[in-house]
Design a protein around this ligand. Structure first.
Ligand SMILES: *[C@@H]1O[C@H](CO)[C@@H](O)[C@H](O)[C@H]1NC(C)=O
Ligand SMILES: *[C@@H]1O[C@H](CO)[C@@H](O)[C@H](O)[C@H]1NC(C)=O
Ligand SMILES: *[C@@H]1O[C@H](CO)[C@@H](O)[C@H](O)[C@H]1NC(C)=O
Ligand SMILES: *[C@@H]1O[C@H](CO)[C@@H](O)[C@H](O)[C@H]1NC(C)=O
Length: 423
């Protein structure tokens, strides 16, 4: 996959409220996706095995998610998300899943060729490496298991999450949804340096457990922009919409590649430390074409073709926030059992049957003269399977019937109903 040097960082992308700065931003967005991807890869040298196993599938999943999110996002809205946050959160879910529920998760995440042990070990190395190598940048990634009062997750599951996913345990009273949400929002806010404050809302009182991942990144540009060069300029959202932005400017030597054939210019803005932002700017009117032709191979080709050149760079200063509900997208990608009565989370709880009720993601990004701050969080809510919910079963053809006494395991009556209208 990527060279370790190429970049590392987090990031995310999403449907956004503010319809400002689309075209250039949409390109930043693509960039952000892959910067994220490289994160999972930057320790290749030491933990070659564990590293490579996850980095490629994570990159592919990031791209698949991008395409899905794009299809679900209204034109002109921003997309910003943290692929690593989503992959890590779903891997925790998978570690408590069994049977088809697990295999659907594993194959959607791109881990079909791996077993859960390999995935868990991969994340353990990943989190371990992040704790080191952080001289000039801040990168915090972590996980929380919020356990509802009265619910007892399997000891093995909790131990696995603590060990492989640096998971913290939090006790929450979900029967009191407003207090529970406030408690979790306070924790998420503290983990993301107040970048994400309102992640948990509309908590269902039937929730018994929540898995939560957070990612926080703060990087300073290796070559900061001079604030006194920033000025108001137009940003062309589309052919008919123009907005005013604070455009930052800097002339300097950057890694750049112009791919005329594929209508794109790619530039790398390094942060202090080991990470960078890679921006993919499609030629005017070519966003759709570039998105359609986007593959990991092409991205890799770009990052390998970089050469140093003087660049007159104009980059908007901006802050955006985006959120998305991922349930439908995951279902479209093949994760269906986890959300249904067919869910098998026996690795998480043996006695109480659980299913996933909600998967939410939120991510924020701010870029200014000094650097970048980004945060993402993914929450996965589990609830008891409700008795109201059921498989569709229409008895519109002959069926067998048994009336049994379970205390004595006796069949009291049995029969075959061929025609219910017959006397
Ligand atoms: C997972 O795969 C590895 C490598 O193929 C193997 O050594 C290990 O025994 C497997 N673990 C499980 C639990 O199947
Ligand atoms: C901008 O500020 C820097 C110091 O931060 C100064 O060296 C430079 O001359 C200023 N440039 C302009 C155009 O005012
Ligand atoms: C960058 O990463 C390398 C190897 O992954 C590490 O040795 C080095 O300390 C890191 N540098 C910084 C500034 O974090
Ligand atoms: C355009 O993309 C294709 C396929 O990814 C690649 O093989 C080709 O080299 C690219 N063109 C240029 C000029 O880089």
């Amino acid at each position: 996959m990527f060279k370790c040097r190429s970049a590392r960082e987090i990031n995310s992308t999403f449907p956004e409220q503010a319809p400002k700065m689309h075209s250039t931003f949409a390109s930043c967005v693509i960039a952000a996706v892959f910067v994220a991807v490289a994160l999972a890869d930057h320790h290749c040298h030491e933990e070659a095995d564990a590293c490579h196993k996850l980095s490629e599938p994570n990159a592919e999943f990031a791209l698949t998610l991008y395409k899905k999110l794009d299809a679900h996002t209204a034109a002109g809205k921003n997309i910003f998300y943290s692929p690593i946050s989503i992959s890590a959160a779903l891997s925790m879910v998978s570690s408590g899943a069994r049977g088809d529920t697990r295999s659907q998760l594993m194959s959607t995440l791109g881990y079909a060729a791996l077993n859960q042990t390999q995935v868990d070990d991969g994340y353990e190395h990943f989190f371990h490496v992040l704790e080191h190598h952080q001289t000039n940048q801040q990168l915090d990634v972590g996980n929380i298991v919020a356990v509802g009062t009265g619910f007892q997750p399997s000891q093995q599951f909790v131990a696995d999450i603590k060990r492989h996913y640096v998971g913290e345990l939090l006790n929450v009273d979900f029967a009191n949804p407003e207090e529970a949400a406030a408690q979790m929002n306070k924790l998420i806010a503290s983990k993301t340096h107040d970048k994400i404050k309102d992640m948990v809302k509309d908590l269902d009182p039937g929730t018994v457990m929540m898995l939560l991942n957070y990612v926080y990144f703060r990087g300073q540009w290796q070559h900061p922009f001079e604030a006194n060069l920033t000025s108001k300029e137009d940003f062309h959202v589309d052919e008919s919409t123009t907005v005013q932005v604070d455009m930052m400017k800097r002339t300097g030597r950057y890694d750049i590649y112009g791919d005329n054939q594929n209508h794109t210019t790619v530039v790398r803005l390094p942060y202090k430390g080991n990470s960078s932002m890679i921006i993919v700017l499609p030629d005017e009117g070519k966003m759709k074409e570039v998105e359609d032709g986007f593959t990991m191979e092409r991205f890799q080709h770009w990052t390998q073709s970089f050469f140093k050149n003087n660049v007159d760079l104009s980059l908007p200063k901006f802050s955006i926030s985006a959120e998305a509900s991922l349930k439908q997208i995951l279902q479209e990608l093949g994760v269906t059992d986890a959300f249904s009565v067919a869910a098998d989370f026996s690795g998480l709880s043996e006695d109480i049957k659980l299913k996933v009720s909600k998967v939410s993601h939120q991510a924020v990004l701010s870029v200014d003269e000094t650097g970048t701050e980004a945060a993402g969080t993914t929450t996965i809510e589990f609830e008891r399977m409700s008795l109201l919910e059921s498989f569709k079963l229409k008895l519109n053809r002959p069926f067998l019937v048994f009336i049994v006494d379970s205390s004595t395991e006796t069949i009291l009556f049995m029969g075959k109903i061929n025609n219910p209208t017959a006397l």
